[in-house]
Design a protein around this ligand. Structure first.
Ligand SMILES: [Zn+2]
Length: 132
């Protein structure tokens, strides 16, 4: 991926609303959408269907429901970010690839980290981090 600097708003669900132990944390859980400046939205992550356990129809991860929230910078409360995502794969993916060479292994990530760099103050916000 190149140095794409388009900003987007991040829509999803607050982890703290689903896990009281995470009160005060700004992190989100899926489903997660990006909303572009022209207001079109694209779902970028839904742990029910994406990732290793989602693909196996065995996801047990917290998942938001209802009204989407807007992710806000924890430094300046701006809501536009430059987004970066990192996908991780572990050994189970190698086994799977050996056993079932026809599947699309990129969909079977076992971890994801989404980082938003605030368009307002340049603070780096961790939007979502999950093992899947
Ligand atoms: Zn900010």
């Amino acid at each position: 991926m190149g140095e794409e600097s388009t900003v987007a708003r991040i829509l999803g669900f607050r982890l703290a609303d689903y896990n009281p132990q995470c009160a005060g944390m700004t992190e989100f859980v899926s489903p997660l959408w990006l909303q572009w400046p022209d207001t079109t939205e694209v779902c970028v992550l839904d742990t029910k269907v994406h990732g290793y356990h989602g693909e196996m129809r065995a996801s047990a991860k917290l998942r938001g429901k209802g009204q989407k929230k807007v992710f806000i910078c924890d430094q300046c409360a701006a809501d536009e970010f430059v987004i970066k995502a990192q996908f991780d794969y572990h050994d189970a993916c190698d086994d799977l690839l050996e056993d079932e060479p026809d599947i699309d292994i990129v969909d079977y990530f076992t971890g994801i980290i989404i980082i938003g760099t605030c368009a307002g103050c340049s603070a780096i916000n961790e939007v979502l981090q999950m093992d899947l």
